[in-house]
Design a protein around this ligand. Structure first.
Ligand SMILES: Nc1ncnc2c1ncn2[C@@H]1O[C@H](COP(=O)(O)OP(=O)(O)OP(=O)(O)O)[C@@H](O)[C@H]1O
Ligand SMILES: [Mg+2]
Length: 218
C-alpha cells in the first residue's frame, strides 16, 4: 500500500485539486484507492460525495480524517477496505512543527504543489526546509516531488518558477496547466482525464507522467 501525501503550507496552491485528480486517476486505472481529507474545509470529502452521485465513476473510499483525534490513527485505519492499494492524503494549509511531522508520518511519497508566484515560492522554500529538517525524509526513505501548478506557457512567472525550482534539488514531475477544466472537473466530482468534452491531450500527458513516476519509485 502506497501512501501519498499532498502538502504545502501555502493555501490555495492546488493540494485538493491534485489529491482528487490523483485519486480519480488511480481509481480509473483499477487501483483500490482511498482519499483522506485532513482539512476541516472538507473539500475532498465534498468532491467524493458529488462523485458518488455520478453513475459511472470508479469508486473511491474516503475518510474525514480531520474529525479524528490527533495521533489516534489506528481506529480509522482499520476501517479501510483491506485490499486498498493507494492512499492519497489531502492536507490543510499552514501546518508547522509537530503538526507537519505528524502529517507526513508513514508517507511513502510527498507531493508538493507550487504556483508560479513569488509569494508561493517564498512560502514553499521555507516549507521545504522545515520538511527536510523535521520529517527526516531521507532516513525515513520518503520520496519527495514537486508539481508545478496553474502554469501559463511563455510567461515571466513561469521562467521565475523554473529558476526557483532548480534551486530546490527536488524532482519536478509535472507542470499542470492553468485551465477551467480543473474547476469543472472538481464541480462534477471527477478528474480532468474523466471529462468527456474538455479532455485535453496535454493534461493526459502530465497525469500519465505523474502516475509513471509514482509507479516506478522503489
Ligand atoms: N491547474 C489549475 N487550473 C485552474 N484552476 C486551478 C488549478 N489548480 C487549482 N485550481 C483552482 O485554484 C483554487 C485552489 O485550489 P485548491 O483548492 O486545490 O488548493 P488547496 O491547496 O487545496 O487550497 P487550501 O489550502 O485552501 O486547501 C481552486 O479554486 C481550484 O479550482
Ligand atoms: Mg485544499
Amino acid at each position: 500500500m502506497q501512501r501519498i501525501v499532498v502538502i504545502n503550507v501555502k493555501g490555495g496552491c492546488g493540494k485538493t485539486t491534485i489529491s482528487t485528480n490523483l485519486a480519480s486517476y488511480y481509481a480509473c486505472k483499477g487501483k483500490k484507492t482511498a482519499l483522506y481529507d485532513y482539512d476541516p474545509q472538507a473539500s475532498s470529502m465534498r468532491w467524493v460525495s458529488v462523485r458518488r452521485r455520478g453513475e459511472k465513476s470508479p469508486e473511491i473510499f474516503n475518510v474525514a480524517a480531520f474529525r479524528e483525534p490527533r495521533r489516534v490513527t489506528k481506529s480509522w485505519q482499520l476501517k479501510l477496505p483491506p485490499d486498498t492499494e493507494r492512499i492519497i492524503v489531502d492536507t490543510p494549509p499552514s501546518l508547522k512543527g509537530l503538526d507537519l511531522i505528524d502529517q507526513v508520518k508513514g508517507a511513502n511519497v510527498i507531493l508538493i504543489p507550487v504556483l508560479p508566484s513569488s509569494i508561493d515560492m517564498f512560502a514553499t522554500a521555507d516549507f521545504v526546509r522545515d520538511l527536510l529538517l523535521g520529517a527526516k525524509t531521507r532516513s525515513n526513505n520518503i520520496r519527495i516531488a514537486i508539481i508545478a501548478n496553474r502554469i501559463k506557457k511563455n510567461t515571466n512567472s513561469l521562467a521565475a518558477l523554473e529558476r526557483f525550482l532548480n534551486t530546490l534539488n527536488i524532482p519536478v514531475i509535472a507542470h499542470l496547466r492553468d485551465a477551467q477544466s480543473y474547476i469543472q472537473a472538481t464541480e462534477k466530482g471527477l478528474g480532468v482525464h474523466e471529462l468527456e468534452f474538455q479532455k485535453n491531450d496535454e493534461d493526459s500527458v502530465h497525469w500519465a507522467s505523474i502516475y509513471n513516476w509514482l509507479e516506478n519509485i522503489e
